[in-house]
Design a protein around this ligand. Structure first.
Ligand code: NAD
Length: 435
């Protein structure tokens, strides 16, 4: 390995997940199975991807852990919170994502992952009615109790570092309100005043994680850490944050396909995306207020790739619509349809149809692994605040809008940002330009 200033990945890495549902039980089962050599972590960049470092005659293609110190799968210790008391084994069985034969070899380990009581507010996810929930006085107390959970987890397991990953249900949409979310002092005051409208439970998890010096990742589209107050906290505690919303199926396709249209200078008049899914995520998103959060996140993808101001002839006024339909028979096996109305030479219309029969949690699990390992890496590299190099994994990448930053949604530009960050942390030149 080249000379790097990143602290080594010594000791155990605690991974505390908020939400022990389909995604996280699939993630945990896969990691435990891979550890035993019984499954392959397919789809994980940290386990497979190779990056070029150096140029010309010095050029080499190396895996991430040959460039920077990355925690090993063997060193991961899982913990969780959930509204329902099912342990990780029961949750994996209930989710019906994986076959029992792919879960049973690690049954004993999964059964030991029993969720701690959730910091939960029914008004934020009306379709959930579990009772494994903390009794709290106010939002501040909620935060304090989560901090206590993290400290206890560290003590009981002896882990050296902890990363907190939100992969719980999507909460109802909380628009950013500068008065409450604009500064850390205002956020803390609102928590103490028990402002339930502006302080989502997810904000309590994020506040607790950052205060306990744990990186925090937002895998759902919630605005949780996408607010200046949390950026201030992450600077104060020197912790990385990443979000939001795992980029798994339809949006991955969109952020990879839109560049074809843009690069080829074809026009776009409309993009309609719809899908059916029947898991608990779909059930929660069936509630309009929860869907709104997802919709805002999904809609943001195209606008920064096919930019009307840059190419008014090609991208002015295209119609972009996103729909999600709860349809129980499909469970986790989501089916997505994209209809893309494009136009070519002299404005003549054409259509592209994409039909993606995917598996939601199978696509999300490797993202959980990569986001966790790379956030832990970022913390050891002394990086704090918004980690834009992780945009590659996220549907609605965080960016400092107060400084006029724009999100990067273009998949291949995001990949350059990822590669450059790994190179830089590995002591190599971050030598690729984003075009
Ligand atoms: N699978 C994908 O492709 C994908 C892509 C992007 C985002 N996501 C997001 O990931 C999240 C998880 O998806 P899933 O399919 O595993 O859903 P799921 O419904 O199977 O699991 C979510 C779990 O979170 C728990 N929960 C809800 N609120 C909680 C709280 N306040 N504290 C602790 N636990 C809480 C629920 O009880 C549930 O068990 C969702 O928000 C989803 O939108 C998934």
């Amino acid at each position: 390995m080249n000379k790097t200033n990143v602290k080594p990945a010594e000791g155990k890495l605690g991974v505390l997940v908020v939400g022990l549902g389909a995604v996280t039980s699939t993630f945990m089962t896969g990691v435990l199975m891979a550890r035993k050599g019984l499954a392959k972590p397919v789809g994980s960049m940290t386990q497979y991807d190779k990056i070029r470092v150096g140029k010309g005659a010095d050029k080499k293609y190396l895996k991430y852990d040959e460039i920077v110190p990355i925690a090993k799968l063997d060193d991961i210790v899982f913990g969780a919170w959930d509204v329902y008391p099912a342990n990780a084994y029961e949750s994996a069985i209930n989710a019906e994502v994986l076959k029992e034969k792919d879960i049973n070899p690690v049954k004993d380990e999964l059964e030991k992952i029993v969720p701690m009581k959730a910091a939960f507010d029914h008004n934020y996810a009306k379709r959930l009615d579990g009772d494994n929930v903390k009794t709290v006085k106010d939002r501040w107390d909620m935060t304090e109790q989560i901090r206590e959970d993290i400290r206890r987890f560290k003590k009981e397991t002896g882990v050296d570092r902890v990363v907190v990953l939100w992969a719980a249900s999507t909460e109802v949409y909380v628009p950013v309100d500068e008065k409450v979310h604009g500064t850390l002092a205002a956020l803390e005051a609102a928590m103490k005043a028990d402002d339930k409208e502006h302080i989502a439970p997810s904000m309590c998890y994020a506040y607790a994680a950052l205060s306990e010096c744990c990186p925090f990742i937002m895998g759902a589209p919630n605005t949780t850490v996408d607010i200046p107050a949390m950026w201030e906290l992450s600077e104060k505690t020197g912790m990385p944050i990443a979000g939001k919303d795992f980029k798994t199926g339809q949006t991955l396709v969109k952020s990879g396909f839109a560049p074809i249209i843009g690069t080829r200078c074809l026009g776009l008049s409309g993009w309609f995306s719809t899908n059916i899914l029947g898991n608990r995520d779909g059930l929660v998103l069936d509630e309009p207020a929860n869907f709104r959060t997802k919709e805002v996140s999904k809609l943001s993808t195209l606008e920064s790739i096919l930019v009307p101001e840059e190419q008014p002839d090609l991208y002015t006024d295209y119609y972009h619509k996103v729909r999600i339909n709860y349809y129980p028979p499909r469970n986790d096996n989501k089916e997505g349809w994209d209809n893309i109305d494009i136009f070519g030479w002299m404005g003549y219309p054409m259509q592209i149809k994409i039909n993606f029969l995917c598996r939601d949690s199978i696509l999300a699990a490797p993202l959980c692994l990569d986001l966790v390992l790379l956030s832990d890496l970022a913390a050891r590299a002394g990086r704090h605040g918004i980690q834009r190099f992780l945009s590659f994994f996220l549907k609605s990448p965080m960016h400092d809008y107060t400084k006029g930053e724009v999100p990067v949604n273009h998949l291949f530009q995001q990949y350059v940002m990822l590669k450059n960050a790994i190179r830089e942390m590995g002591g190599y030149e971050a030598d690729e330009e984003i075009d």
